[in-house]
Design a protein around this ligand. Structure first.
Ligand SMILES: NC(=O)c1ccc[n+]([C@@H]2O[C@H](COP(=O)([O-])OP(=O)(O)OC[C@H]3O[C@@H](n4cnc5c(N)ncnc54)[C@H](O)[C@@H]3O)[C@@H](O)[C@H]2O)c1
Length: 256
């Protein structure tokens, strides 16, 4: 898909990887709608980005809010060509903690609700919208990028819920691509390694430096710009479909 002149909906676009991709897409001439939590920085980020960027607040766990937010994005920009699903939460708890406390089921459920079910809800609604687009010269009506994590493959101690949610996104990738092929919509997933975003904000520099060591080369944390670079490539390349791409500088995570 051509980025210039397209319209992109970005969940989680108020922060981190989603925000980095929003900036890159606007720079290349896309018009953007940021779907993020009502209390997020979405409105001010939209203001900073300019170029008609709109903030459409929603909690992805609330299907009515999601429906309204997508309708607002279409009302503002007339269509949706690109979808980046970057909204997500990271949670951690041992299955049975050292003090005997069990992994709280509510925490497990809420992680799956945001990262997997919320993402799926956005995909199905946006795919229906994309189906209304005139196909481009290659027959494409839209392109979708979902964000998983290398934790989908190498979940660490405490990451049962997070890894299950991200593994679900990996599993969704091919059947979504197959389901939506008839409409001319491609679906791919990016599985980042360790990226320097507000998700890591609480971590001391020492921990960030040691986390960077899991990257084989280059030995630094990934950035929202590294991520945005790949998002653009995936949106643009018509032969990329049903694929999960690791963006992790060769990292393979150990147990902790
Ligand atoms: N940072 C990393 O190292 C890393 C690594 C692998 C994967 N990821 C994934 O990348 C994605 C983006 O993460 P990030 O590092 O930019 O984090 P971030 O915390 O900076 O951004 C996540 C965004 O998602 C939004 N969000 C959270 N819950 C939501 C909900 N219920 N409804 C709507 N929006 C919601 C937040 O408000 C925030 O703006 C996530 O899916 C995350 O799991 C991050």
């Amino acid at each position: 898909m051509r980025i210039d002149g397209s319209v992109a909906l970005i969940t989680g676009g108020a922060s981190g990887l989603g925000r980095g991709a929003a900036e890159a897409l606007v720079e290349r001439g896309a018009r953007v709608a940021i779907l993020d939590l009502p209390g997020s920085a979405g409105a001010s980020v939209a203001g900073d980005l300019g170029h008609d960027t709109v903030f459409v607040p929603a909690d992805v766990r609330d299907t009515e809010q999601v429906e309204e937010a997508i309708a607002s994005a279409v009302a503002a920009h007339g269509k949706l060509d690109l979808l980046l699903n970057a909204a997500g939460v990271v949670t951690a708890h041992r299955v049975v903690a050292r003090n005997g406390e069990l992994f709280p089921l509510d925490l497990f459920k809420s992680t799956i609700e945001v990262n997997l079910i919320g993402l799926f809800d956005v995909v199905r609604r946006v795919a229906a919208e994309m189906g209304n687009n005139e196909p481009n010269e290659g027959g494409e009506r839209g392109a979708i990028v979902n964000v998983a994590s290398i934790a989908a493959y190498e979940g660490q101690v405490g990451q049962a819920a997070y890894s299950a949610s991200k593994g679900g996104i990996v599993g969704l990738t091919l059947p979504l691509a197959r389901d939506l092929a008839g409409a001319g919509i491609r679906v791919n997933t990016i599985a980042p390694g360790i990226m320097d975003t507000p998700m890591l904000a609480g971590a001391p520099q020492e921990l960030k430096d040691s986390l960077a060591q899991v990257h084989v080369f280059p030995r630094r944390l990934g950035t929202p710009q590294d991520f945005a670079h790949l998002v653009i490539a995936v949106f643009e390349n018509p032969m990329l479909n049903g694929e999960v791409i690791r963006l992790d500088a060769g990292a393979r995570m150990g147990p902790r």
